[in-house]
Design a protein. Structure first.
Length: 105
């Protein structure tokens, strides 16, 4: 390999790492914004209608649960395990609220 080939390979590897970090950051920002939007909608709906309608919040929690569970399975990260367990609890509570609201009619 000559010098130019080595430099080209190095640039490609660095660009790939940059892209991976960019996608990771974009996913993190999207999850934060999605969570905040769900919280605002949940609180707004609670004040306006008096209902515990949290279907969209339930979907968000399940998405986070799957995300953190997958990362835990692949990396054995304890932080992601704790996060997944927390989202299991939140998803259980929101499922109960969603179903009870449906049954009330």
């Amino acid at each position: 390999m000559n010098r130019e080939e080595i430099l080209a390979k190095s640039r490609k590897e660095n660009n790939s790492e940059y892209e991976q970090n960019t996608y990771k950051l974009a996913g993190s920002i999207a999850r934060i914004v999605g969570g905040l939007l769900c919280a605002v909608l949940f609180i707004t709906e609670q004040f306006v209608t008096g209902h515990f309608g949290c279907g969209y919040f339930l979907i968000f929690c399940v998405m986070q649960l799957v995300h953190d569970s997958y990362i835990f399975i692949r990396t054995k990260s304890k932080v992601n395990l704790v996060s997944a367990l927390c989202f299991i609890g939140v998803a259980a509570v929101t499922t109960y609220g969603y179903v009870s609201d449906l049954l009330k009619g």
